[in-house]
Design a protein around this ligand. Structure first.
Ligand SMILES: C[S@@+](CC[C@H](N)C(=O)[O-])C[C@H]1O[C@@H](n2cnc3c(N)ncnc32)[C@H](O)[C@@H]1O
Length: 167
């Protein structure tokens, strides 16, 4: 597969997963979390399809076009490893959805980051919240859920937070 084909498939998978995740949490109150502003593409898509949700965006180096940059009260700037731990009081209520688009292309670094920040993300989520990510997570209170039709296994990851069975 060419790199162009691969990039197109990744973006299509991302959009399918975002749309499905938003539908899953339609009845679940709470803000959304976007980890990794990047160029602001997925943030812009999320706010377009859910105009009534507050979306808190975590990013260490915001550099998106101003049109795709959240207002200052919704931009949590810094390293995830520090900002997630302190974000609860600022966000004010458990989140219904977290989209973690955090990959750098360095598989070792990305895997370590996901392992490190999973529990801090989970602490910000409501029961039944949905997590979707470009990274595999192994959080004890997240259950992997089926990907939308058209998304190949391993291309994106989706989880539902569930404390059932956790002690
Ligand atoms: C793949 S890009 C996000 C792309 C974005 N979702 C879009 O659609 O344009 C990943 C982003 O995560 C940010 N990032 C990666 N690791 C981070 C960390 N430890 N703390 C804060 N931001 C981080 C990077 O700066 C980068 O902007």
């Amino acid at each position: 597969m060419s790199r162009l084909d691969s990039a197109i498939r990744r973006l299509q998978a991302q959009r399918l997963c975002l749309n499905a995740a938003v539908a899953y949490v339609e009845e679940l109150p709470g803000p959304f979390l976007e980890l990794g502003l990047g160029n602001g593409r997925t943030y812009d898509h999320l706010r377009e399809i859910t105009p009534n949700r507050d979306i808190y965006v975590f990013e260490r180096r915001p550099a998106a076009h101003p049109d795709c940059t959240p207002a200052v009260e919704f931009l949590i700037q810094g390293n995830f490893k520090e900002t997630l731990e302190k974000a609860s009081s600022r966000i004010g209520q458990p989140a219904a959805l977290a989209h973690c688009d955090i990959g750098s292309g360095n598989l070792v670094v990305d895997k370590a980051l996901a392992a490190q920040i999973g529990p801090a993300i989970s602490a910000l989520l409501a029961e039944d919240a949905i997590v979707l990510s470009d990274q595999l997570f192994n959080c004890s209170d997240w259950i992997a859920i089926q990907l939308p039709v058209g998304v190949a296994a391993g291309r994106y990851y989706m989880y539902r937070k569930s404390n059932i069975g956790k002690h």
